[in-house]
Design a protein around this ligand. Structure first.
Ligand SMILES: NC(=O)c1ccc[n+]([C@@H]2O[C@H](COP(=O)([O-])OP(=O)(O)OC[C@H]3O[C@@H](n4cnc5c(N)ncnc54)[C@H](O)[C@@H]3O)[C@@H](O)[C@H]2O)c1
Length: 259
């Protein structure tokens, strides 16, 4: 499929996991991309995985906690390509622990990256979207936006916030022909989930494999998603196949929330 031939994509958090898989899939479908991450080294690794699409790709070191860096990423995209077809606000972090023992720095990090990072990523692109009168935005929520998870209260609150933000923004941008949707992955095999499982195993003094199995059994499919399975959902929302979808959330959770 070449659904994104010569489309212009802006993607944050592209150095790892779901972001990396998304960059690879957009590249395979013919897109031009501006891919960014705070982690320059792993972003370079993503870039090197893009094969021939490397010459259609710009990499930028962007910390989504810094509005100025985001603004620059969006402005450079416009100067270069004169439009944005798809914006994917994917950068995110997880921190887990009981609320009463949660380090305040970790709480601030969750808010700054997951919520404010998504807000600023959209904020600076919206004037361009309004002007061009087309485009689509995809945000990253989570299964944790729909259900509670033990020791995840603060992470859950950021992801539930993304759901509300996405629905409301869809209303604001509908008159400008811009669709806004979120994806809610379940347990997805990325460095984020692996670090979450490692921490839980350590805190509970149990084996990594035991915690992994618990996560696998949350979804009725009994396994973790691959990053590519989530990226496929992101590309679907970004494509014309989803032309009647806005303000929606695509749950890719292996049946976790169906129980
Ligand atoms: N893995 C899962 O099970 C899962 C489940 C639900 C939702 N999600 C969401 O999917 C998204 C991608 O997660 P992933 O699993 O691929 O995680 P990951 O840790 O593999 O990748 C996240 C990327 O975001 C980048 N990032 C972190 N802080 C940043 C910052 N301040 N500025 C710019 N980039 C920054 C990281 O460097 C990393 O490359 C996140 O929003 C996450 O919350 C993941």
């Amino acid at each position: 499929m070449m659904r994104f031939k010569d489309k212009i994509i802006v993607l944050t958090g592209a150095a790892s996991g779901i972001g990396r898989a998304t960059a690879k899939m957009f590249a395979e479908e013919g897109a031009f991309q501006v891919i960014s991450d705070i982690d320059e080294q792993n972003l370079e690794e993503t870039y090197n995985l893009l094969g021939e699409a490397k010459n259609k790709t710009i990499t930028m070191k962007v910390d989504v906690r810094d509005p100025l860096q985001i603004k620059e990423m969006i402005n450079i995209t416009f100067e270069h390509y004169e439009r944005i077809d798809v914006l994917v606000a994917n950068a995110g972090v997880v921190r887990v622990g009981p609320v009463d023992e949660f380090p305040d720095e970790d709480y601030e990090l969750l808010i700054d990256v997951n919520l404010k990072g998504t807000y600023y990523t959209c904020k600076y692109a919206i004037p361009y979207f309004k002007k061009q009168n087309f485009g689509t935005i995809i945000t990253l929520a989570s299964v944790a936006a729909h259900i509670g998870q033990i020791n995840h209260a603060n992470y859950c609150s950021t992801k539930a916030g993304i759901l509300g933000f996405t629905k409301a923004l869809a209303l604001d941008l509908a008159p400008f022909n811009v669709r806004v949707n979120s994806v809610s992955p379940g347990a997805t095999d990325t460095p984020m989930l692996q670090s979450d499982v490692t921490k839980q195993a350590k805190d509970r003094s149990v084996d990594y494999e035991l915690v992994k199995k618990e996560f696998e059994e949350e979804g009725v499919l009994g396994r973790w998603a691959t990053p590519e399975e989530i990226a496929a959902g992101i590309l679907f929302l970004a494509s014309e196949d989803a032309s009647y979808m806005t303000g929606a959330d695509l749950r890719l959770d292996g049946g976790w929330t169906a129980r």
